[in-house]
Design a protein around this ligand. Structure first.
Ligand code: NDP
Length: 512
């Protein structure tokens, strides 16, 4: 790798400076997300020297735990899940001494008064606890009550000198009506500028690289439109089934769990116009424009534009309703009605218990307009494909045709490949939560979802769910564990004369 790195964040002073002294207050601190992601990310940030000296964490939950128990619990989480382990960084003691536990019922006004007092005490003891980042990591049903209580206790109030922000975990709402209502409840207490709705996909380094790839290079953008691109595929595949999460999942399904957030976010980043500036407003304005231009799939069109399926053993999972129709896989075709993308299909698919864990965006270019090489009748050279691999092998590859050495004019597809790990070394990619929590501490909301964006996403998902629940739906398909979805998914794309691409997973299709 040549050493010509340009720091694109140099213009964003706040990213280069230390965040203000502050406290992070996590609601639901006894839970899985706190143990596996939030605390390990905060510890890694501390090890990287990215947190201020005057920094503290308050865990809030109902569970009976002493402060020492809580610290012990998070240490176990850090050891198991942190990118940087406490053995690799000598900061555990200084980090842990500023971690506090506040036992509370989330709907108890008294608990918020005592939280206020605790913060005042920490402010004296550690400093900085007047600036507060609240993190809602409880079941979503508790978000309204916590937001309301924070408001009543005056904890959401900021001033010239003091900031108050709130990160809200996904899912944000269950449908358009509930997301809109939650937005209202949140806005009753916090201004939109204080609110950070998290979708951890946007914190992934490779997702952000999509922005650099598209807007930091001159060679791709002129091709990035209907004149050169035949279609786009976005795949978010998971290898594991639902297991102990099946009970919760059964009330959501793949459309709410994956499409409403991750897949539509990836779609808008792939399809958006170049923002004028890299800031929260410009970036989110462009993403919103894409969502507004997506042609909604009407309930009566679901059989034409969607496939839904369930892995065969899903109904045996604990906690799912008997005979449940909740899909664990879906494939959909969307069109974006604007000049850039008119008539270019975007195929989105996602599912559980599939053949591999992979997230990729594949851009398939058009066939050459005229082929001078003689090919048997009806045959064409494979078109070029650009594959953006978001996980697990982060990088990208460009597939193009080359001549096979030797006599004649035989061709073969080859890949030009970039792999993050090869160029930048192992273990350099920060966890998505590290990046996003740090951004929120800096007051940078560019990689968080705005209220209108979330409502637009739900407005695209709701009619599909309505269609699936009604008379227009085709029958639910089933697939074997470890397949790439049902055979119907292959038929769905083949009906358009296309195939699913496996540009990052390479191991091709095997359907059940
Ligand atoms: P948990 O189910 O582990 O819940 C977090 C905490 O909330 C629990 O430890 C518990 O603390 C409290 N809690 C749980 N149920 C109730 C209840 N019925 N009433 C009151 N309090 C309750 O959730 P996670 O940590 O897994 O997730 C937190 C949030 O983050 C959720 O909204 C989830 O959707 C989201 N999320 C989670 C991910 C993950 O990987 N876990 C990934 C992406 C998003 P106590 O009883 O001590 O108060």
């Amino acid at each position: 790798m040549s050493d010509n790195a340009v720091d694109l964040s140099a213009v964003k002073d706040e990213i280069r400076q230390m965040p203000d002294p502050c406290a992070v207050i996590i609601f639901g601190a006894s839970g899985d997300l706190t143990r596996r992601k939030l605390m390990p990310s905060l510890f890694s940030l501390s090890c990287e020297g990215l947190l201020p000296d005057q920094f503290s964490i308050v865990g809030v939950a109902r569970s009976k735990m002493s402060e020492d128990d809580f610290r012990e619990k998070i240490k176990e989480g850090v050891e198991a899940h942190s990118r940087i382990k406490s053995s690799q960084c000598n900061k555990w003691d200084s980090f842990a001494k500023n971690v506090f536990y506040h036992r509370a019922n989330y709907d108890d006004p008294q608990a918020y008064k005592s939280l206020n007092k605790l913060l005042a005490k920490i402010d004296k003891q550690v400093g900085g606890a007047c600036n507060c980042l609240f993190y809602l990591s409880t079941p979503p049903s508790l978000y309204p009550v916590i937001v309301d209580q924070l408001g009543r206790a005056g904890l959401a109030k900021q001033s010239e000198e003091v900031w108050r922000r709130i990160i809200i975990e996904k899912p944000f709402g269950h449908d358009l009506a509930s997301a809109t209502e939650l937005n209202h409840q949140v806005h009753d207490v916090f201004n939109e500028s204080q609110v950070y709705r998290i979708d951890h996909y946007l914190g992934k380094e490779t997702v952000q690289n999509l922005l650099v790839f598209r807007f930091g290079n001159a060679i791709f953008e002129p091709l990035w439109n209907r004149n050169y691109i035949d279609h786009v595929q976005i795949t978010v595949a998971e290898e594991v089934g639902l297991g102990s999460r099946a009970g919760y999942y059964d009330t959501a399904g793949v459309m709410r769990d994956m499409f409403q957030n991750h897949l539509l976010q990836l779609l808008s980043l792939t399809a958006m116009e170049p923002p004028a500036e890299f800031n929260a407003t410009s970036l989110r304005d462009e993403k919103v424009k894409v969502l507004k231009a997506v042609q909604p799939i009407k309930p009566e069109e679901v059989a034409q534009y969607t496939v839904r399926a369930q892995y065969r053993t899903y109904r045996d999972e604990e906690g799912v309703a008997s005979g449940t129709e909740t899909p664990t896989f879906a494939a959909i075709k969307l069109f974006i009605n604007n000049w850039r993308w008119r008539n270019v299909p975007f195929y989105l698919r996602s599912g559980k218990a599939l053949a591999a864990k992979v997230t990729e965006i594949s851009i398939q270019f058009r066939h050459v307009p005229h082929l001078m090489f003689p090919l048997p009748p009806g045959e064409q050279l494979p078109p070029n494909a650009l594959n953006l691999c978001l996980q697990p092998n982060e990088g990208m590859n460009l597939r193009f045709e080359t001549k096979v050495p030797g006599a004649g004019m035989r061709t073969r597809s080859v890949d030009m490949e970039f792999l993050y790990e090869q160029d930048f070394g192992e273990n350099v990619l920060p966890d998505a939560y590290e990046r996003l929590i740090l951004d929120a501490l800096h007051g940078d909301a560019a990689l968080f979802t705005r209220s209108d964006e979330i409502e637009l996403a739900w407005s695209l998902v709701d009619p599909i769910l309505e269609g699936w629940a009604g008379k227009y739906a085709s029958t639910l398909a089933f697939y074997e564990l470890g397949a790439w979805g049902p055979g119907k998914s292959e038929e769905f794309i083949r009906a358009d004369g296309r195939e699913w691409l496996y540009g990052c997973s390479q191991n091709g299709a095997s359907t059940g």
